[in-house]
Design a protein around this ligand. Sequence first.
Ligand code: AMP
Length: 306
Amino acid sequence: MEETKDAVSLVVVGSLALDTIATPAATREDVLGGSVSYACASASFFTRTGMVGIAGADFPDAGLEQFRKFGIDLQGLHQVPGKTFRWSGVYEQNMNNRRTLCTELNVFADFSPDLPEAYRRSPFLFLANIAPALQLRVLGQIHKPRFVAADTMDLWIKTARDSLMQLIAKVDLLLINDAEARHLTGKEHLVQAARQVLEWGPRYVIVKKGEHGSMLFSKSGAILVPAYPVEDVQDPTGAGDSFAGGFMGCLANAGKITEAAVRRAMAVGTVVASFAVEAFGLDRLATVTRADIDARDAEFLKMIRI
Ligand code: AMP
């Protein structure tokens, strides 16, 4: 798709989806989603972000328009004949647990990303949730990235463990939720699970714990960041992707990757995710400004100071 003038400093690959979601608040069909949508929208507040993904012929023009409004570079987004990837899920009353009802791969089944030339020198890369073989393919096309983060999910731990392990050895940061960390490592205790992942290669591991926040582990120790207390969660879908997008956008914008910059990015990712869950899909992020994010960030930093 179309070019924008500025070079991208962050490339994100992941799923582009039309989701059907039932939460205790409401049920909505054909919601603009997928890991790449949430992550790119969230990162776009901080840095020029390029999207790598695949959409079917049924993908709505309004969705593309939405991406343009965020300022996302769409050179790496391909629209092909066929149907867009679809996912549907239902949340329990407390919204911490969700069940996948249906996943239709559609155009995703033959997705084999080839990055535009302009993306191949991007310093930052986020491999959002997608098959690890595709994450490895994209990683192989970026020339000497400065910082690479990857997300994953249970499905790949079960069905694509070998390629996932190859990927983990090559990234700087693995983002994973608590249940997945236990499943991946076979260690019940989260600190031990994170230590095990660090031994496999990454410099950092972030363990996401839903409404209980997240933990960052590195060789020099661990930090805990609570979730921002959102009063009215409408739809938790994409919270992890929004956290990761905000985190990577903030880090790309910081320039130097220091322990302090990584800590800062944890707080910013948390704040961006807190906006994302206030409405379905990208609806809330679409109404948020950078000033809103900065204001909540300042409030959040006060809240967590002891
Ligand atoms: P999250 O709530 O952060 O886990 O992300 C939810 C998003 O992941 C939804 O928008 C889905 O479309 C997308 N998703 C669900 N299943 C998969 C899958 N197997 N591969 C890639 N993306 C998926």
